[in-house]
Design a protein around this ligand. Structure first.
Ligand SMILES: [Fe+2]
Length: 220
């Protein structure tokens, strides 16, 4: 499924470029447009207390000696629009639970220990090519109710003037809890494949994932 999405994405991006060169009508290109990344609820744990360090390395807070606990991961990818064009200078607002499944949020009822060395929140930008990258830890699963455990996920909001703002959640492959999650399981198979990152490599103690995001254009 993931391979299909990637191939389709590349094909449509190419079609869009070729259509532009050949002067093919924009309505034809529009009919072939990519599907925007599915949206998902922000949930109750968007940060409410501001913090100085919101950089792209969530594994260490500026001025702290120790690193966060857990499996270090690097997420990278490209933000594009529905016609396959890169979205440069888009803002990504990223927040997640620590390796213990605990949010740095005063109303998180989870009794797990808060990792005080984990940054928990980042605000970063894509470059001119639409590329972004951040380093973090694999978020822990956490109880959303007595019968529902959320799988590891990272919350992301993406903004750029001229595009529909997107709030979504990024999931991880090969997570048993993905199947029983009351949010992710509501999505179609194609939507789920768009919301689950792809593992790209393992080097040293870091796992690298790719997660691409497709934004819709704001139409007046
Ligand atoms: Fe969450």
């Amino acid at each position: 499924m993931e391979k299909y999405s990637r191939r389709k994405l590349l094909q449509l991006s190419l079609i869009s470029s070729v259509a532009g060169i050949l002067g093919i009508s924009s309505s034809l290109v529009k009919a072939l447009a990519l599907t925007p990344t599915p949206s998902e609820t922000e949930g109750p744990f968007y940060p409410v207390i501001n913090q100085k360090d919101k950089d792209a390395d969530l594994t260490q807070i500026e001025g702290y000696i120790n690193h966060a606990d857990g499996q270090f991961i690097v997420i990278s990818g490209r933000v594009i629009d529905v016609s396959g064009r890169p979205v440069g200078k888009a803002m990504l607002d990223i927040w997640q639970a620590d390796a213990n499944g605990r949010y740095r949020h005063p109303r998180d009822p989870n009794k797990s220990r808060l990792d005080h060395n984990f940054q928990g929140w980042a605000v970063i930008q894509t470059d001119e090519e639409g590329l972004y990258r951040f380093k973090t830890v694999m978020p822990g699963a956490y109880p959303a109710s007595s019968t529902w455990t959320r799988p590891p996920h990272i919350h992301v909001k993406i903004f750029k003037p001229g595009y529909v703002a997107l709030a979504t959640q990024m999931y991880f492959p090969n997570q048993e809890l993905n199947k029983s999650d009351l949010l992710l399981s509501q999505k179609s198979a194609i939507e789920q494949s768009a919301m689950i990152a792809m593992e790209k490599a393992r080097e040293g103690n870091i796992i690298f994932y790719e997660y691409n995001i497709i934004l819709d254009l704001l139409r007046n």
